[in-house]
Design a protein around this ligand. Structure first.
Ligand SMILES: [Zn+2]
Length: 350
């Protein structure tokens, strides 16, 4: 399927004139940001009224911390991923995100096929109770693990996937100030790089009834695109979500594309099974997966904070949050249109 393109001018901004605090010295949640740069000067013909605001400085700082060398590439079972967990947990507390029905952790055991070792993974869970439909849940997911240290090289995983985690933390800020109509779950998933283990555990031992899940919105690699493009994959399987994605396309200041989700694509180009949305899709739960095209930093030590495209990332976060608000607005329609059929194929993870 050819991607649909709604071209928007991508105008670079010097958002980062304000130097970010050195990640190693920032305690989680310790720095209230009152002077965050705003993007009001952005030149665009797109209507802006629907776009949620994002604290750009905080968003970038969160990514920088999670991708810092001290996190050692966030490999499951290492002190580095413990530090990442501590940072996420402190950020959730700081932003007033309640544990999901009293549970902050979903721990699970699995065997990594590549090294034959057994691991314990920990998903981190929070939620905002819906004001109108508290028993229906929009589940936002982003994996916080990455590849760790290989041959003495740190794989920082800035785009993959400190970026998605930072957007989930921005969603926490947003919904703390703007309570959703449907309940919104924030699920920070572990061990995606070892085979979508955290997402599999979430679905297999679901902390909420699967039939009550409106949809999954998965974020994995959302901060790096020199050409200002992000994909919203999933409308091939769930075409009733296309009008929502088109609303985001029209309001966004970056280029939002559909595609990467149909079985007739060349090997590796169908992302249907490529990240944590797959176990939800296998249960027939609708998904939209936000992610950028593969780039030079993909599963490479050069996937660092310095190499993301910050202006793009801020707009990517706003567009993703915009989609989440539309899913909340149309949640009852999505529940009615979902056919909940089961897909079965399995592919390689991103
Ligand atoms: Zn990833």
């Amino acid at each position: 399927m050819t991607p649909r393109r709604f071209l928007r001018p991508f105008v670079a901004l010097s958002l980062l004139a304000v130097p970010l605090a050195a990640a190693g010295t920032v305690l989680p949640g310790a720095t209230p940001v009152d002077d965050a740069p705003r993007v009001a000067g952005w030149q665009s013909s797109a209507p802006q009224s629907d776009l949620p605001e994002v604290d750009a400085q905080e968003l970038l700082r969160d990514l920088e911390i999670l991708a810092h060398d001290s996190m050692e590439g966030r490999r499951p079972g290492t002190p580095g991923i413990e530090r990442a967990r501590s940072f996420i947990l402190a950020s959730l507390d700081d932003r007033g995100v309640a544990p999901l029905h009293g549970e902050r952790f979903q721990s699970f055991e699995f065997q990594n096929r590549r090294d034959g070792q057994n691991y314990v993974g920990h998903n981190l869970l929070g939620w905002f109770q819906g004001t109108e439909h508290p028993d229906s849940y929009i589940v936002l997911t982003a994996h916080y693990d990455h590849l760790g240290v290989v041959n003495d090289q740190i794989y920082n995983g800035a785009d993959d996937n400190a970026s998605g985690v930072a957007v989930l933390l921005a969603a926490a800020r947003h919904f703390a100030a703007n309570p959703p109509a449907h309940s919104v779950v924030l699920a920070f998933l572990d061990a995606e790089e070892m085979g979508l283990q955290g997402a599999r555990a979430f679905v297999a031992d679901a902390p909420i009834p699967l039939e009550s899940i409106v949809m999954n919105i998965n974020l994995d690699m959302v901060s790096r695109s020199e050409v200002g493009e992000i994909y919203a994959a999933g409308t091939y399987h769930y075409p009733f979500l296309l009008p929502l994605v088109e609303e985001v396309m029209e309001a966004s200041r970056i280029t939002v594309l559909t595609g990467h989700d149909s079985p007739d694509l060349p090997p590796g180009q169908d992302w249907t099974m490529a990240s944590d949305h797959a176990p939800f899709h296998q249960q027939g739960i609708p998904f939209i997966y936000f992610g950028v095209e593969d780039h030079a930093g993909y599963h490479d030590p050069s996937d660092t904070f310095e190499n993301i495209t910050p202006d793009f990332f801020v707009e990517s976060a706003r567009s993703i949050l915009h989609f989440v608000t539309l899913a909340d607005r149309d949640g009852q329609m999505i529940l009615e249109r979902s056919e909940r059929e089961t897909a079965v194929s399995v592919g390689q993870s991103r």
